[in-house]
Design a protein. Structure first.
Length: 424
């Protein structure tokens, strides 16, 4: 198990370096599209519904809500779209006519739905057998042809609650077919922007290696060694916890945890959501379970200053798939790692949170070709260093992106003001 699981940390490495801020400006192009903004809430509790899927029906266009339940979606006039669909685990999907929505200020309420196991005809399989069947059926349930995705990617670094680095971009993705396990996904940047403001004497800055390849690595159907591979399924325990609705389809909820304890490999526990009818994996949530967190830092940290201890406090991941015409497609992935930074002879620790997320916003199987090697982002690249910074208010134009939980520009301005006060 050790050799395979060690692969899962290959692209989750983090180096501690210092960033510089170099603004660049571009002119945005005029395009024809409609923008709709709003918030998604639980109908009963009125709580925000985070990471909900917002899709243009009868198309491959979509986005997800942010950590505040907010969404923004841009719909090209050429789509002649009529309806938006809102979906999330444990809720009834809701279809809303686009003509009924305003440009902003929309509030969408999703109705919770939970299905008791007594009300469902459960297959004559135990939880482990359901997982095995789901992994074996991936060639049937997922694309056997290569695809091109347009996707939004963002990575942020926070020192406590302050943003100290923000990098985001529209990227093109070559998604390798699922029946070719050794053919890798490829990424190239279409356009992007970044911002950072780090006082060299004040803090040490983290950089994420791998960039957009990290969410793609979290595609645990394409890359089963990232989490659970068929050959090592006996190293985990499984429990059928519930049956829930996702996009108006019943899903088994199967919890898993490792049978072993190890300080040599990262150990995760979490939940699989598996479509009852097709046995396709529709979503996976998992988090780090290693007890010796200081020892676990070696899975994530590639380089750090001498004498500093960087300890992972938490590492959480989620990946979601979307069904279309009987096939399931990679839709969204997010990884969040929180670290505690300890320096010798310093009384207080510093805490950093590194987040990496990708949402696919469009997809095609027509005229798909692999990217030229010169255009392709390297898997070992530091994404933030590959971007030019843009300050155009309409930077994204027609492209979809994830609405920030707070204005990223305001977050950076706030941090800059804080540093100025400290320098006085």
């Amino acid at each position: 198990m050790k050799n395979l699981i060690l692969k899962k940390s290959k692209l989750l490495l983090i180096s501690l370096l210092v960033l510089m801020f170099q603004p660049v400006y571009i002119q945005s192009q005029q395009v024809n599209y409609q923008t709709i903004k709003g918030k998604i809430k639980d109908k009963e509790t009125k709580d925000n519904v985070i990471f909900a899927t917002v899709s243009v029906m009868n198309s491959n266009v979509g986005i997800v809500s942010n950590t505040e339940g907010e969404f923004i979606i841009k719909i090209k006039d050429s789509l002649n779209a009529k309806n938006l669909e809102f979906a999330h685990i444990g809720y009834k999907s809701k279809i809303v006519p686009i003509n009924d929505l305003k440009e902003k200020g929309n509030v969408i309420y999703l109705e919770p739905v939970s299905v008791s196991l007594d009300e469902v005809t459960v297959r004559p399989l135990n939880a482990e057998e359901i997982i095995k069947a789901a992994l074996q059926l991936k060639f049937k349930n997922y694309s056997s042809v290569p695809l091109n995705f347009t996707a939004f990617y963002r990575e942020t670094v926070q020192k406590r609650k302050d943003y100290i680095s923000i990098s985001e971009a529209v990227v093109d993705v070559y998604k390798a077919p699922y029946n070719k396990p050794f053919e890798r996904d490829l990424v190239k940047i279409y356009k992007g922007r970044k911002g950072s403001n780090v006082k060299r004497a004040d803090t040490v800055m983290v950089k994420l290696i791998g960039g957009p390849y990290i969410p793609l690595l979290l595609d645990v159907v394409k890359n089963p060694y990232t989490l659970i591979d068929l050959d090592y399924i006996n190293d985990y325990k499984f429990k059928l916890e519930n049956v829930m609705s996702i996009a108006n389809r019943l899903n088994y909820v199967i919890a898993f945890e490792p049978r072993i304890e190890s300080d040599e490999v990262p150990i995760f526990s979490g939940k699989y959501y598996i479509d009852v009818k097709s046995l396709a994996i529709t979503s996976v949530e998992f988090s780090l379970q290693n007890k010796d967190r200081e020892q676990a830092s070696k899975f994530f940290v590639k380089r750090k200053p001498a004498g500093m201890h960087l300890i992972p406090i938490d590492a959480k991941y989620i990946v979601k798939y979307k069904e279309n015409s009987g096939k399931f497609f990679f839709n969204y992935a997010r990884g969040e790692i929180e670290f505690k930074c300890k320096w010798p002879k310093r009384l207080f620790n510093t805490y950093y949170t590194i987040t990496s997320e990708m949402a696919t916003t469009d997809r095609t199987a027509v005229n798909v070709e692999k990217f030229d090697r010169k255009e392709t982002l390297k898997k070992t690249a530091v994404f933030a260093e590959e971007l030019a910074a843009f300050n155009d208010d309409d930077f994204w134009g027609e492209f979809n992106f994830i609405e920030p939980g707070v204005s990223l520009e305001n977050a950076m301005k706030k941090y800059k003001r804080k540093l100025k006060r400290q320098n006085r």
